[in-house]
Design a protein around this ligand. Structure first.
Ligand code: SIN
Ligand code: FE
Length: 288
């Protein structure tokens, strides 16, 4: 069973102390009363015309202030960057309330604005996020760190964002990986870094997570039969989930903001529950 913890207000009540445990067990933390308010001018950024051709997300790098994936220029581009910086701060403050123990260890990565409808085009199964999956980044190795994400539905027309959440926990998913996916790799990670196919070295952990991502997405029988639960996130709701551990699929919706954090497993309340340690137990060796 997927655990779902619903917190009132902005998540400072006594129940917040349970949030980290719920997240680490593959659950979701929902904040139905935590909207992200947009100014009149910022609402224009919800128009998918803000996207550069062939891109799905506007991205913002809180480290450098760079805005990407947009055709906006000049003042509009600056305004977009300021809105996304504000969202990065909003998401960071939320996690500091929910999981104070994570605060020192969280690494703030990309902020994304998803102005378009969840993709209903026919995509290659590997790219189709309507299929259940756990997240893994082909070009940006995480090297064992967790992927923790905060989302907020900013749809102006009362449209919910709808996900499926798979009921299988990570331990169960990990059983799908045969010995080949967990074996040591030597030359290619080095080469991929040298050729700039990856930013940083793709570790055996990253390779195993990509194999798991692809294996689940490409398994038609599993996609048809996997036990799942449909969840709707209405406008004004924020939610938090470890997307590398919780099986999820985005089915419907338009207009979301999202903030990605990476976190070393040593900052978890129970790192034995991390995908890294679960896969290492199966492999019988270190994977990073
Ligand atoms: C995903 O991580 O699969 C997509 C989530 C979303 O855009 O709602
Ligand atoms: Fe995903």
């Amino acid at each position: 069973m997927v655990e779902v913890l619903e917190l009132s207000g902005s998540g400072e009540g006594p129940d917040a102390a349970r949030a980290a445990g719920v997240l680490e067990r593959g659950g979701l933390v929902l904040l139905p009363e935590l909207p992200f308010a947009l100014s009149e001018a910022e609402r224009t950024f919800l128009d998918p015309a803000v996207l550069a051709p062939k891109t799905k997300n506007v991205s913002y790098d809180p480290g450098t202030g760079a805005v990407g994936g947009t055709s906006a220029q000049g003042k509009a581009r600056e305004g977009l960057g300021r809105m996304m910086a504000r969202y990065a701060a909003f998401a960071t403050a939320l996690l500091e309330r929910l999981a104070p123990g994570y605060a020192q260890a969280l690494q703030v990565r990309r902020t994304s604005l998803r102005p378009g409808a969840v993709d209903t085009r026919v995509l290659s199964p590997r790219k189709d996020d309507r299929r259940l999956h756990v997240d893994a980044f082909p070009a940006s190795p995480v090297q064992g760190r967790r992927i923790l994400r905060v989302f907020t539905n900013v749809n102006p027309h009362r449209q919910a964002r709808v996900w499926n959440i798979g009921e299988d926990d990570f331990e169960t998913l990990a059983e799908r990986l045969g010995p080949a996916a967990l074996k040591p790799r030597t030359l290619s990670p080095w080469l991929m870094e040298r050729l700039r196919i990856t930013r940083g070295r793709r570790t055996d952990y990253d390779a195993a997570m990509l194999a798991l991502h692809d294996g689940i997405k490409l398994d038609d029988a599993y996609q048809a039969q996997a036990p799942r639960r449909r969840m709707a996130f209405p406008p004004g709701m924020s939610w938090v989930v470890y997307t590398d551990g919780a099986l999820h699929a985005a089915l419907e919706g338009q207009h979301a903001l999202e903030q990605t954090f990476l976190m070393p497993v040593s900052a978890m309340e129970d790192e034995a529950r991390s995908p890294l340690r679960i896969l290492e137990r199966r492999a019988g060796r270190a994977l990073t």
